[in-house]
Design a protein around this ligand. Structure first.
Ligand code: ATP
Ligand code: MG
Length: 573
């Protein structure tokens, strides 16, 4: 996925297109051969509730829900909550909200913790069958006995404990007789296996911790590898799809299921989504939150679904992006520009247009009648005529962008400058005449004349203007805070840091610029969070979740492509 798939396609569709891939082929084959008998295709999305979902999870969600749906199957949302110290109800709630927002609904809401009782019974069975034992070695000793990729491991001195002793000790572990870390239950497999996961993996650890759902019922907790496959099996999951880092765990996944003789769920791995300039690790995202590097999990710079949502990204664009990124058997990296491309494409169709001036410069139209207001009828979205029209007030004094005026225009600068005529979008042609400066020589006001015959921005006599600029009537303008976001990291690979450094060194110091007095056309007064707007010529924006009619705040989703910036860079002006 590193090469051809990373480039933004020429003609993207705004909805995901199911492409054939090895996951789909595998499921189709299993359905055709009735590998699971009468069982329907069943998948699950199994997040650990130790953080908010990020866009990498969106890929897994689209795969798990999308494929099941394509085969008439079902998908459970299962919380993989076997790690009480890191898990919280807040995360459980946010994950459900985000899965729904992305456009999916689960068949059943499940928790691995619901299976603690069953998992415990199965552990007793493995002990009775001579396939599990209680080990008194410390974590460090177990690590030393494990060996390496080139060296086989060594058996624990407790490996051949009699079954009765193992049963007794395990039951007493469960009863709370032993302190944390003093004993573990291990599967008895093969200490010389080339796969380290098969060298008598730990199944249970002692942890006197309060669980967000089971409270203090348990003081032993199953490890991921012991809980995951059995949870799949309990739910009759036919295809347990997960990212590639679990490939080495697959033999163990099968070993437990085979030795317990339970429903034969099968694990299939696909590539993990990685995106340039983006960190997709809950642990590191949590660190950003805890250290206050961002305002929270839903900071609009975060790659979390809640951050993307707050920034104005849409589920449609995220799904289309994930579909385009595809699935593969090897990990690759996708350019962030591809995600942005899908988002712009989606917003171009969906976003209502509005005029907003981020860095205002006052313009007085000297030959326009004082006290007069006209209402210009303007299309809400030229891409979608059904979006209707609105009335935008125009008057003698307006704001334009500071960038849209130069007293001394550089070469190829076609916007407003003394003696030059431009079109005010949806209004009139104006020509700059004189400027007013402050004591430091900065232009604070531009005096212009307008041509009354150019109403609506139409040329009265065929004469051409090279530039159209946006504006807001000063008397009618709303003042708003506008937050301009850039990439959170300055390096394509945020983890690429000097020795002894950390990913924090790669944070982009300019990832947020706050403009406190942007001027907006009055129709934006009641903009709802999440409703997308294109501020014409400026970018895509949405009202922040904390925006109110009295204190408007807009987040920039993405800038429009800025062709002038490129010219300016090239010519050095
Ligand atoms: P992180 O490393 O960010 O904590 P995780 O893999 O530990 O992620 P889980 O909550 O355990 O997060 O993941 C739930 C599911 O999402 C798993 O099936 C996992 O394979 C999948 N997943 C997580 N991150 C990605 C990613 N970047 N791309 C594709 N799938 C992912
Ligand atoms: Mg995990």
């Amino acid at each position: 996925m590193t090469n051809s798939n990373t480039a933004a396609p020429e003609t993207p569709s705004s909805e995901p297109r199911p492409a054939s891939n090895f996951l789909r082929e595998q499921i189709a084959e299993d359905a055709a051969t009735r590998k699971f008998g009468d069982a329907v295709i069943q998948t699950r999305f199994p997040p650990e509730p130790n953080g908010y979902l990020h866009i990498g999870h969106a890929k897994a969600i689209c795969i798990d829900f999308g494929l099941a749906d394509d085969f008439g199957g079902k998908t459970n949302l299962r919380f993989d909550d076997t790690n009480p110290e890191k898990e919280e109800q807040e995360y459980v709630d946010s994950i459900q909200r985000d899965v729904h927002w992305l456009g999916f609904d689960w068949e059943r809401l499940c928790y691995a913790s619901d299976y603690f009782g069953q998992l415990y019974e199965w552990a007793l069975k493995l002990i009775r069958d001579g396939k599990a034992y209680v080990d008194d070695l410390s974590a460090e000793e177990i690590r030393q006995h494990r060996g390496t990729l080139t060296e086989p491991g060594r058996n624990s001195p407790y490996r051949d404990r009699p079954v009765e002793e193992n049963l007794d000790l395990f039951q007493r572990m469960r009863a709370g007789e032993f302190p944390d870390g003093s004993r573990v239950l291990r599967a008895k497999i093969d200490m010389s296996s080339p796969n380290l996961n098969m060298r008598d993996p730990v199944m249970y650890r002692i942890l006197h911790a309060t669980h967000h759902r089971t409270g203090d019922d348990w003081c032993i907790y199953p490890m991921y590898d012991y809980a995951h496959g059995q949870s799949d099996s309990i739910e009759n999951v036919t295809h347990s799809m997960c990212s590639l880092e679990f490939a080495d765990h697959q033999p163990l996944y099968r070993w437990f299921i085979e030795n317990l003789g339970i429903f034969p769920s099968q694990q299939i791995e696909f590539d993990r989504l990685s995106i340039t300039y983006t960190l997709l690790s809950k642990r590191k995202l949590l660190q950003l939150v805890q250290e206050g590097r961002v305002s929270g999990w839903d900071d609009p710079r975060m790659p979390t679904l809640s951050g993307l949502r707050r920034r104005g990204f849409t589920p449609e664009a995220i799904r289309a992006f994930v579909a385009q990124a595809g699935v593969s058997r090897t990990n690759g990296i996708v350019d962030i520009e591809m995600l942005e491309h899908f988002q712009r494409d989606d917003l171009n169709h969906r976003a209502l247009r509005a005029m907003a001036v981020l860095r205002p410069l006052k313009v007085v139209i000297t030959n326009y009648p004082e006290g007069q207001t006209e209402h210009m009828e303007v299309a809400n979205n030229p891409e979608d005529l059904e979006a209707g029209t609105r009335q935008v007030p125009f008057s003698r004094e307006i704001y334009i962008e500071q960038d849209d005026f130069r007293e001394v225009p550089p070469p190829k600068y076609y916007r407003l400058s003394p003696g030059k005529e431009v079109r005010l979008r949806n209004a009139y042609f104006i020509t700059a005449q004189t400027v007013v400066k402050d004591s430091e020589g900065n232009v604070v006001e531009v005096h212009c004349t307008y041509d009354p015959a150019s109403r609506g921005g139409n040329s009265p006599d065929g004469r051409k203007v090279k530039s159209t600029i946006h504006w807001v009537s000063t008397a009618h303008a709303l003042t708003a805070e506008v937050r301009l976001y850039e990439k959170l990291f300055a390096k394509p690979d945020p983890n690429d840091c000097a020795e002894g450094g950390s990913f924090l060194d790669n944070l982009n110091p300019n990832s947020l610029e706050i403009i406190s007095d942007a001027k907006l056309e009055p129709s934006l007064a009641s903009a709802q969070p999440g409703a997308p707007f294109q501020f014409e010529r400026v970018g895509y924006f949405t009202a922040d979740i904390h925006s109110t009619e009295g204190a408007l705040v807009f987040n920039r989703t993405l800038p429009l492509k800025d062709t002038w910036a490129k010219i300016e860079k090239k010519t050095g002006s």
